[in-house]
Design a protein around this ligand. Structure first.
Ligand code: UT7
Length: 329
């Protein structure tokens, strides 16, 4: 019997209409377009403005678009995994809500939280359900309403994040295309540098936690930056080496979009031509679990069957990883 690989067979993205520019941010906090562009590389980000819209709404838009584009009926989906750090509620899973909103009835669904590595971890997890032959059509959606946990009075974090969602369809492939290899790692010591202080079982919500702004993102930028550069580059280089690839063999690096300087450092360690790196941080900022599928969606027209792609991420946990894919269409 031929080996079954899990291959991405469709991709779709969804972004809110509202554009929050550096100019607007510089009226809210003491910052400048020049600082944000030089230190992070972001010009603008998209924000879900309507207070009645949540992560599941932007996630559903991406999944709905994916189903339509790939001519797939919701009934055919076996499993949906939603990667997110901004679920609609603590429970039930946002994946359950998205499935309900788009009419997916014959599937099981659950959320996966791995910080900014959520999409990479979810794709890795989903691929195993396909490779065993047990499931035929799996959706992975990375969806975030980061604006719901960003403190727009804190200049060190508010320029970074944006809202959005990206979804992919995963199906069996017996031609050798699809996911070839993966390296996933985590180290919980990193939690001190990047977390949300309150709202979990450690510190449930109270008047005090709200007053102390403990429901917003807490980040110590510099240690996170250092870890991100070294760990993202380590796994990207390692996956190349163990698959006997040089930079010439790689068509695209699809990096998590946290900081343009991190992306450039990773590409440089891989000795990769900058033209082979997908970068959309300038327009959308860091959409956490959505950055990588949004890149795939934007660059889809330039991808060719057989292209070697390296997906690479780093995020809260700390979590990091890379996946090597042979593009299937
Ligand atoms: O996706 C999840 C993983 N997250 C990441 O990968 C993020 C990694 N970290 C980073 O990208 C960067 O550390 C940041 C973008 C968060 C910060 O950049 P930095 O170059 O590390 O700046 P810094 O925090 O060391 O701050 C340098 C200076 C400080 O001023 P002083 O103390 O030197 O006077 C900050 O107060 O820049 C100041 N600063 C700002 N100035 C203008 C911090 N934020 C701003 C701002 N505008 N928005």
């Amino acid at each position: 019997m031929k080996k079954i690989n899990a291959a991405i067979t469709g991709v779709y993205g969804a972004l809110p209409e509202y554009v929050l520019t550096n100019e607007e941010l510089s009226k809210m906090v003491d910052t400048t377009d020049e600082w944000i562009m030089t230190r992070i590389g972001i010009k603008e980000r998209r924000i879900l403005k309507d207070p009645n819209t949540a992560t599941s709404d932007i996630g559903s838009e991406a999944v709905m678009g994916l189903l339509k584009k790939t001519n797939t009926s919701p009934d055919e989906i076996d499993l949906l995994i939603c990667a997110t750090v901004t679920p609609d509620m603590q429970f039930p899973a946002t994946a359950n809500i998205i499935s309900d909103k788009v009419g997916i009835k014959n599937a099981f669904s659950y959320d996966l939280n791995a910080g900014c590595s959520g999409f990479v971890y979810a794709l890795a997890t989903a691929s195993k359900f396909i490779e065993t032959g047990a499931y035929k059509k799996v959706i992975v959606v990375g969806a975030e309403k980061m604006s719901s946990i960003v403190d727009y009075t804190n200049r060190s974090t508010c320029p970074i994040f944006g809202d959005g969602a990206g979804a992919i369809l995963l199906e069996p492939n017996t031609e050798g295309m699809g996911i070839q290899d993966m390296i996933l790692q985590s180290d919980g010591v990193g939690r001190i540098h990047l977390h949300q202080k309150a709202g979990g079982s450690l510190k449930p919500a109270s008047h005090e936690t709200v007053d102390a702004k403990e429901h917003f993102i807490y980040q110590e930028g510099q240690p996170v930056f250092k870890w991100a550069v070294s760990k993202m580059a380590d796994v990207s280089v390692e996956i190349m080496k163990r698959n006997n690839m040089t930079s010439d063999d790689i068509a695209w690096l699809v990096p998590h979009q946290a900081n343009l300087r991190i992306i450039e450092a990773v590409a440089s360690r891989m000795k990769l031509d900058p033209a082979k790196v997908m970068i959309n941080i300038r327009e959308f900022g860091n959409t956490t679990s959505a950055t990588i599928p949004l890149c795939l969606w934007q660059w889809e027209n330039q991808l060719k069957k057989g292209d070697n792609l390296i997906l690479s991420s780093f995020g809260a946990g700390f979590t990091w990883g890379s996946i090597y894919i042979k593009w299937a269409y």
